[in-house]
Structure formats: structure tokens, C-alpha cells
Design a protein around this ligand. Sequence first.
Ligand SMILES: Nc1ncnc2c1ncn2[C@@H]1O[C@H](COP(=O)(O)OP(=O)(O)OP(=O)(O)O)[C@@H](O)[C@H]1O
Ligand SMILES: [Mg+2]
Ligand SMILES: [Zn+2]
Length: 508
Amino acid sequence: MLAVVSSATSLGIDAIPIQVEVDIMGGLPGFATVGLPESTVKEARVRVQSAINNSDYLFPDGKISVNLAPAHIRKEGTGFDFPIALGILAAQGLIPIERLNKVFVLGELSLSGQLRPVRGMLAAAQLAFEQGFECMIVAKENGAGAALVEGLEVRTVETFRDAAHYLVTGETEKAPKAVPDVSQKTEEHELDLSDVRGQYQARRALEVAAAGGHNIIMTGGPGSGKTMMARCLPTILPKLDTKEALEVTRIHSAAGLTLGAGLIQTRPFRAPHHSMTRAGLVGGGNGIPRPGELSLASNGVLFLDELPEFSRNVLEVLRQPLESGEVILSRANATLKYPAKIMLMAAMNPCPCGNFGVPRKKCRCSPIEISRYKSRLSGPLLDRIDLHVEVPPVELVALQSSTLGESSANVRERVCVARALQKSRLGSSKLNATMTKAQLVETATPAPGAQRLIANAMERLGLSARGYDRVLRVARTIADLANSPVVDTPHVGEALQYRGDEKMLLAA
Ligand SMILES: Nc1ncnc2c1ncn2[C@@H]1O[C@H](COP(=O)(O)OP(=O)(O)OP(=O)(O)O)[C@@H](O)[C@H]1O
Ligand SMILES: [Mg+2]
Ligand SMILES: [Zn+2]
């Protein structure tokens, strides 16, 4: 008898429906899996056989054929253990077809018959719901992830024995527990802007960056608070809306980072170490590539501390995703897209020893060492960073003062107002940092006085054409924070302070 069990495999952050067909025929005992299974799927045979034998059922004699349909999609992972094992029982007529047809299952089995969690559960649960399934049975640890899908009944079991007992007998009183609504965790942050003393200019720059979605780089000596302020950036960005939270959760679930958790409500903040590889940044791994730091930071902040210490070829791969907001990974067996809608925040010292230009400190670096240090950053990368900020050492008075800085909640309110203005002007999810050239011309052409200011700067400071556009984008955001429809002199004046060292940009 042929049994069909509904399940899924994950491809990127998406789940693809897979029908697990199991047939048992007489003849010599055997077990064959077809339908492009990777080795992890082929190994299911071993786990399934032991799990069934250790769960009060007998593994059947005879030739067992398992087909994973559609056959042209490559399958990997251990999630087919559970549907295959159920299919083997159903093929023996032990599970009524009408009961089996109502459930969607996914999970790994241990040799003893424990049901174990798998990656990508949220996407699989969304798929099950879209396909009209009433019920999904998953491992206990996957329950919260699957239960995020409203309207889907999620039942969790600890063992294959419990799941089989439920499906074979239909005894509802012993049925695996339905997962109640997952407790909605609220966002959590360790730091608050009120912890940052002094540093008014850097704080302001952080607010401008958050308001317009601009990438930002801070340069300053050791201990000036760059890392600390970077960690505060997510706390002044708007809270994640439901759509963003679901997307973040799906990405983290695809990376296998959220097996037990419910919806992620905290804006991502990722701070990979500078020894990170290209694959670590964009994604990769054997088989179907996993999301990298760029995607894990999507809808949030990617913080690259000590920017010049990153290898140049790692930094180069940032350019395309910064522009398009997504990462494309090509493999022999699949081309995948992962979201990478990030705000980049970078920090660096002014020179290898950190003291160049810092008052009362002596720099020990030679001019050649300094220029070599800076030249590790390519012009095209720096060109995608709208705000360049120099962070001086914290004043002792500021550190000793008992008055707290303004709280993140206050700053976030202004950021949200400025973002709402951009939304009504630019439509969709565009921000000043990502508006098109046409939109820039249409909405950020400065008033005559401000025009003259920019013209002067271009001449006196050697502002390049690409620097010009950056100044205008930032000035537009500063005008939004001031609720001004026109970009005027004070806005341009402030924006010019964040233009960065043009010479450094050009030299690189
Ligand atoms: N403005 C500040 N207000 C309050 N504490 C500060 C401030 N700046 C620095 N600190 C304190 O100094 C510590 C070091 O700061 P942080 O790590 O942010 O410096 P940094 O600029 O990143 O230095 P480095 O260049 O060495 O990485 C912080 O953990 C914090 O305790
Ligand atoms: Mg630091
Ligand atoms: Zn130095």
C-alpha cells in the first residue's frame, strides 16, 4: 500500500512543499530513497529503523521505497525522518488515511525515537497553513516557532511513540498538546543612549543616521565610546513591525538560531569579528547555503568594529548588498536570495596606534603607516557611507557628571517622526539614504542660500560630485528632523560636517 505524508524542505528562508511517498513491497528487505536526497536524507534509513523499533512498532520486512516529490528539488537535512517513519506505519495500514491527510509533519528522529527540532520551522508552518492543513506535529522545541502562524493548530510531541499513538488510535485525550499562543517577547536591549556621557556631536550624528537610514562611520581614539554608541543604534530605530519581525525570525530560523524561541521582536544588531570570512558575511556552507551576517543583520544594524582590520576582499563583497538590500548566492544546485536590508555602522581608529589627532596623546605611527592603514578601505565602500564622524575623547567632566544623557526612547520618537515624513514623500519603504537620484533632485534641491554654501564647500574643501549627493541626502534628513519642507542653510551646514575627509576618500 502506498502512503503519502505532507512535509517540507527549506530553501533559503522559504519552505517548499514535499510529498513523502512510502511504498512497501514483498521480497528481500531493502530501503531505497529517491528524489535527489543529499546524504543527510539518505541516512534517515538508519534513524527511522531504530526509532520505529524503539517505539512499540515493528520495522516491516520487505522492500521499502521512499520517494520525495517533486523529484527535481534537491533535499537536505534531517527533517524527513519523521514523515518517512509515519509513512512506513501508514503503508502498513496502521494509520487511517483520512487522519494522516490532515497533518503536516517535520522533524528529526533519534535512534531511541525522540523527536528533535529542525531549522526553518516558521517558514514550514506558514506553508502548512497556506496549504490548508489543520494541524502540524513538531518537536517540543519547535513548538513556539511554528505556533507563530495564526490559525494553525500546532501539536508538540517528545517522542515518535506519542505522535504515532495519536495518529494510529485517534485518541484525543492523549493527543499531543496544542501549543497555546506564544508569549510575545518584547524587545530587549542591554544599553541605552542615556548611558553615553557627553559626545553630543556623535550622538546627533547617530540620530541623523537612524532618521534617514544612512550608513555611518565613526573615527576616534581608543575608549571614546564608539563601540558603546554603535550598540545603542538599534535602540533609537523604530520598533520592528510584524512583517519585519516575521522576516527576521525566518532568517534566524533558516540559520538554525531560533529553534526554541518565538517571534524575534528586537531589531538585529550583528557585530562580527574582523577575522570573519567572506562566507561568514554573505552566507555559505555545504549543501544549501546558510544566511550570513549580512542577512542576520537584515532589518537592523551590521556593526563592523575596527573596519580597516577586515580583509579587503571581505569588505568588497559588501558593496552590492548595500546597494540592493539582498544577497544572491549561487551554488551548483541552487541560486538563493537572502534579504540584507542593513544599516551599516563602522568604527575605526584614526591610525594603527589610535592616537593620531587625539589631544594630549602622542601618535607613534609614521605617515606611511597611517596612509597604508586608511588605504585598506576602498573608495567605493566609503562612498556608500553617508555620515563620517570624528569622535573626540570623552571629557572628564562629562564622565564624572551625574546627569544622564537623553534616553533612547526620546530620540527614537524624533526618528519615527522624521521617518514618517520620508514615507509620505517617497512612498513605500524608501528612506532618504536609499532614494533614487530623481527623488533626490525633486525633494532635496536646496534653497538658494544653501546652494551657495555647497558651491563654496565644493570649491574650498574640494568636495567631489559623489560627495555632493551625499551631503544633500544627509541635509534632507536633517531638514526632516527639523520638520522643514525645504532644505536650507543650517541643514546643509550641518550635513557638511559629516562629509568626512574627502582626501581620504579619494586617496583610497
Ligand atoms: N561617552 C561615554 N560615556 C560613558 N562611558 C563611556 C563613554 N565613552 C567610553 N565610555 C566607557 O569606556 C568604555 C570603552 O568604550 P568603547 O569600547 O565604546 O570605546 P571605543 O571608542 O570603541 O574604543 P576602541 O577604539 O578601543 O574600540 C565603555 O565600555 C564605557 O564604559
Ligand atoms: Mg571599540
Ligand atoms: Zn598612531
